[in-house]
Design a protein around this ligand. Structure first.
Ligand SMILES: [Zn+2]
Length: 100
């Protein structure tokens, strides 16, 4: 975590690995969803799981979500926070998919 800075959704909901919702939408695809049920954006990004001996996760965050956070915390912090979140999403999916 970057000190004192956090990601948030355009609706104001704080976004971290414990709050966001990961929903399966197909064989290898997952949606990253805002925890607030009143959110106008809802979809914060997508994850595609690439199955190899060592599974890979391709995460694409929504443009609006990214731009919003760049405005709030600056590009550098936003990139750091998104990288960290991406790492945690991968870990959570790995645990979920492969029980590791
Ligand atoms: Zn939201």
């Amino acid at each position: 975590m970057v000190m004192g800075k956090n990601l948030s959704c355009i609706c104001g909901a704080p976004i971290d690995i414990s709050s966001l919702i990961i929903e399966k939408i197909g064989e290898e695809n997952y949606k990253i969803i805002c925890p607030s049920s009143r959110c106008p954006l809802r979809e914060l990004g997508f994850v595609k799981v690439i199955h190899h001996s060592n599974p890979k996760f391709e995460v694409k965050f929504s443009r609006m979500f990214k731009d919003w956070n760049v405005l709030l915390v600056g590009r550098e912090s936003c990139d750091k926070l998104l990288r960290e979140l991406l790492k945690q999403i991968s870990l959570r999916l790995k645990k979920f998919l492969f029980n590791v």
